[in-house]
Design a protein around this ligand. Structure first.
Ligand code: GDP
Length: 301
């Protein structure tokens, strides 16, 4: 129980910047237009985006009317319920064990926390007795390969890496090796230049195609790592990568220090792709499964 509490504290501390300003809206004595206007501004400030904000306000007003609420504190409780229900579709566990190996391709722009998240995910899987193989498909950046090797050593898993090779060839080799060695999971780390650079998406599409050649029906997961601290930018990335690759899941990092945590509401409203994990720090135990209710409470209380 203890570690769980500490990560929730980190999440709360991060979201408090936003949370306190949203919670602030409900400290008055009246439920009036001014309250809803303040709430709208606070949700937009938290990067919930126009669509999710409009949706939440309407849903909340309906609940308030139905319950004939008169106390702003009760209204805040209703907002927790509205937000929880909005976020619920994002709540989903990452399934492994249906394929041998389960092949995961991890994408995201540089600095989002991709390599760190892969390291944490690897530990999570290794702890669950899964045999993991890492593929360093970012063949251009030596630092990316080195960083991934450090994680491979730390978590005692094998890695397929090749300096300056073709990213899709390295991935093909890794998936083939994973099958031959009876691995449970193969995780491919990919390059992360800006998503606006067409070339990156083409390279990633090629990797995806080639994975399918090494193992029919793979990749089983195409995971995007996004920095939660970039707010609406994170939503743009979700859309761009999903349009190009068809994402199966998200890892939202850096929620331990952000005033923009409302972006999860925007993602839920505009591109409801499961959030398998959230990152609340740089340590191994800081990768946590996403829970809609806990998140809504951390954001609003
Ligand atoms: P990549 O370029 O996407 O592979 O990003 P890295 O994995 O190298 O991470 C970039 C930086 O973000 C590193 O300093 C990480 O320690 C840090 N980082 C990653 N995830 C989190 C997180 O959830 N919270 C915080 N505070 N920092 C993180």
């Amino acid at each position: 129980e203890a570690p769980r509490k500490s990560w929730l504290d980190k999440l709360r501390q991060g979201l408090r910047k936003t949370g306190s300003s949203i919670a602030q809206v409900f400290t008055g004595t009246r439920i009036d237009d001014a309250l809803y206007e303040e709430l709208e501004a606070a949700l937009l400030m938290a990067d919930a985006g126009v669509k999710a904000t409009e949706y939440l306000l309407e849903d909340l007003k309906r609940r308030v009317k139905e319950a004939k609420a008169t106390d702003p504190t009760a209204v805040r409780g209703m907002l927790v319920v509205s937000l929880t229900e909005l976020l619920r579709p994002l709540e989903k566990g990452l399934a492994v064990g249906e394929h041998t190996p389960t092949v995961m391709m991890v994408v995201g722009v540089n600095g989002a926390g991709k390599t760190t998240s892969i390291g944490k995910l690897t530990r999570h899987l290794a702890d669950a007795d899964q045999k993991v193989l890492l593929a360093a498909a970012d063949t251009f950046r030596a630092a990316a390969r080195e960083q991934l090797s450090v994680w491979a050593d730390r978590t005692r898993v094998e890695i397929v890496s090749q300096e300056g090779g073709d990213p899709s060839a390295v991935t093909f080799d890794a998936v083939t090796a994973g099958r031959a060695r009876g691995c449970d999971v193969v995780i491919a780390d990919t390059a992360g230049r800006l998503p606006t650079q067409l070339h990156l998406m083409e390279e990633l599409k090629k990797i995806k195609r080639v994975i399918g050649k090494a193992q029919a029906d793979a990749p089983h997961q195409v995971l995007l790592v996004v920095d939660g601290n970039t707010g609406q930018n994170a939503l743009s990335q979700v859309k761009a990568f999903d349009d190009a690759l068809g994402l199966t899941g998200l890892i939202v990092t850096k929620l331990d220090g952000t005033a923009k945590g409302g972006v999860l509401a925007a993602i839920a409203r505009e591109r409801a792709i499961p959030v398998y994990f959230i990152g609340v720090g740089e340590k191994l135990e800081d990768l946590q499964t996403f829970n809609a209710r806990e998140f809504a409470q951390a954001l609003l209380e």
